[in-house]
Ligand binder design. Structure first.
Ligand SMILES: [Zn+2]
Length: 529
């Protein structure tokens, strides 16, 4: 339906609309909107559509464009319109082998349209009147199937994914700006940062398409973005300074059995441990001979792995400066694995440079988020103590504000908490603000994120543990594409190790406290990123 007079303007009602815009001579020449059934071709040359379109783009219906970044710009520049609930079909089609609109028409709608024709018509003169039959047909086609295509493509996504895809105005836009724009569109001005709020709180009614405010947000978020980048850089430099080394990490010492077989390549500490305990003697500075023949549990391939000399360079990019160890199995899980799964420092601890370490850690974080879902243990997992802290804090705050206002505080609320958690913690019978604040602060300090422990608890068979270890090995391989891993490194490298009673590992977990602290500190830094 071609709309070129006021009385033809339809009442656009629906959940979702497909939209396209034609542009010539530096102005919007045609706006095509379809609700999935009817197609409306609005003629902005014959009509003043500004107010009408502003209302429409502000409403809550989903506005589906195909690669609409340019359309958004035109709408903003010419009509000062900010589109609410924008959906880009091209983004939605990212799981398709061919995500062009023409391919989607052909695959899902049985429509054959030539690429050349599309290009030619796109560039045709849309300012001319009347538009040709061919132009009108093409213009209608461009918006006709967007609604149904969105429904089809959405089926390729989980519910969680769908949420984030719906409202992605522009993938390149900083996240905060996107978020603020959505809030603006929803009129949630009170949630805006103080700085912006100061500028708009006296303007009533609040305009969601206020260019000044949008400009201000853009400025602030850009600055925020720059600040954020700078902070990130600083953190990286600190991290690099604190945790990396230019010295070799591997000393490549060697251990030989009594009968002269080379057993493994290891660090200085290990060989001196054997000597100190009277189990072997030095051949030279970097090698020892044991005074017994240990039972060897390795096959040939594994022997090769443990005897391979380790290069002191990043296994991903090969850099040999600013290097440090990287745990392929995150420490937060590894720490809780049974001992015989833990001692794979040679295999699951590799050397990375600081840059690659940063990237790999970010990738590992993503994987951990998936693990959290898969094992149904949130990344922030606290025990019941957290509940006590939350409730106590709430009640203490409430008490404070009520007393300040000279009002009565209902002690029953405290009594409820005391009863609810009586098996967990002994709270004083009388409400005593100072005493309770002390208890609460102490609890807060002792709260421990037990995500890792809770996940590992679910790994109650060897198969599950091995599967879990493989997830991270595979992920490291696929996400980082390391080029310098030891030749014999393998995703299914033996998981368990049984140690002879003379082995250094047979002793209690040989990990000194400083080491542990460093790793925890590193985890902390990474979380802050
Ligand atoms: Zn590297």
């Amino acid at each position: 339906m071609y709309i070129n007079s006021e009385n033809l303007l339809p009442k656009l009602e629906g959940q979702a609309f497909g939209i396209d815009i034609e542009f010539s001579n530096n102005r919007i020449c045609l706006i095509q909107i379809s609700d999935g059934k009817e197609i409306y071709l609005f003629d902005p040359i014959a009509l003043n559509l500004e107010q009408y379109m502003r209302e429409f783009f502000k409403n809550d219906a989903i506005k589906i464009f195909y690669s609409g970044a340019q359309d958004l710009k035109w709408l903003k520049n010419e009509y000062q319109i900010v589109v609410n609930n924008y959906c880009d079909l091209k983004v939605l089609a990212q799981k398709e082998p061919d995500l062009s609109l023409i391919a989607l028409w052909k695959k899902y709608c049985g429509v054959q349209f030539e690429r050349e024709d599309k290009k030619r018509l796109q560039k045709s003169d849309w300012f001319a009147r009347p538009l040709t039959e061919e132009q009108l047909f093409y213009a209608a086609l461009d918006c006709k199937y967007l609604v149904v295509l969105r429904e089809i493509l959405l089926q390729q996504y989980t519910e969680e994914e769908q949420k984030s895809i719906h409202f992605s105005t522009d993938l390149k836009e900083p996240k905060l700006l996107r978020y603020l724009k959505k809030q603006l569109a929803d009129n949630q001005d009170v949630l805006l940062p103080q700085k912006i709020y100061r500028h708009i709180k006296f303007q009533e009614p609040f305009q969601t398409d206020d260019l000044k405010v949008i400009g201000l947000i853009e400025q602030l978020t850009k600055k925020h973005h720059q600040d954020y980048q700078e902070q990130k850089r600083q953190r990286f430099l600190q991290f690099q300074e604190k945790f990396t080394t230019h010295k070799p990490v591997y000393s490549n010492c060697r251990i030989y059995s009594l009968s002269g077989q080379q057993l493994c390549c290891c660090d200085q500490k290990k060989i001196s441990w054997y000597v100190k305990n009277g189990l072997g003697e030095y051949l030279d500075e970097k090698s020892i001979k044991l005074n017994f023949d240990p039972v060897c549990e390795f096959d040939e391939k594994e022997m090769k792995f443990y005897n391979e000399e380790r290069s002191n360079r990043c296994v991903i990019c090969g850099a040999s400066t600013n290097i440090l160890k990287y745990q392929i199995i995150p420490y937060m899980y590894k720490h809780y694995l049974p001992n015989h799964y833990k001692s794979h420092r040679a295999h699951d601890v590799v050397i990375l440079c600081a840059r690659c370490h940063e990237k790999a850690s970010a990738q590992q974080d993503k994987k951990r988020a998936e693990i959290a879902k898969l094992y149904e243990v949130p990344l922030q997992h606290y025990g019941e103590e957290k509940l006590v802290v939350d409730k106590l804090s709430h009640v203490l705050k409430k008490y404070e504000s009520l007393t300040k206002a000279g009002k009565h505080f209902d002690m029953m609320q405290y009594e409820d908490i005391r009863n609810q958690f009586k098996d967990l913690i002994q709270l004083p019978a009388e409400f005593d603000k100072q005493e309770l604040t002390k208890i609460n602060d102490k609890l807060k300090k002792e709260l421990k994120n037990s995500h890792g422990e809770a996940v590992v608890k679910k790994l109650d068979t060897d198969e599950k543990i091995e599967e879990f270890i493989m997830i991270f090995r595979k992920h490291f391989l696929s996400s980082m594409d390391p080029q310098f891993l030891p030749k014999e490194w393998a995703i299914d490298h033996r998981f368990k190790r049984n140690f002879g009673e003379k082995s250094v590992y047979y002793q209690k977990e040989e990990q000194n406290d400083q080491n542990k602290q460093d790793i925890q500190q590193m985890d902390q830094q990474l979380i802050q990123k």
